[in-house]
Design a protein around this ligand. Structure first.
Ligand code: FES
Length: 99
């Protein structure tokens, strides 16, 4: 099963999930609080930065790409609500200075 590691500030938490599961829902269900609002890729609240394993997440869709913009995509950002896990991944919930 894929291993997901989530860094929030100085803390890092990890869990295993089934292949193809939604990153945001899996985190929230384990009380790992990634900020979110719409859960549909529209608000951008659930931005995360992928530190390792970007290739193990689902491909980015048009809505997600539009919401993030080129600069954030180049910096490795994804929307957790639009990201499905297909292998090991390590992500960071950015602190406010990254927004
Ligand atoms: S929660 Fe709104 S874009 Fe993910």
């Amino acid at each position: 099963m894929p291993q997901v590691e989530i860094k929030i500030g100085p803390q890092e938490q990890s869990f295993e999930c089934m292949e193809g599961e939604n990153l945001l829902y899996e985190a929230i269900s384990r009380s790992i609080m990634i900020p979110f609002n719409c859960t549909s890729g529209r608000c951008g609240t659930c931005r995360i930065r992928v530190l390792e394993g970007a290739e193990n997440l689902s491909e980015m869709g048009d809505r997600e790409a539009l919401r993030l913009g080129e600069e954030r995509i180049e910096q490795g950002f994804r929307l957790a609500c639009q990201s499905y896990v297909f292998g090991d991944v390590r992500v960071e919930v950015p602190q406010p200075r990254f927004y």
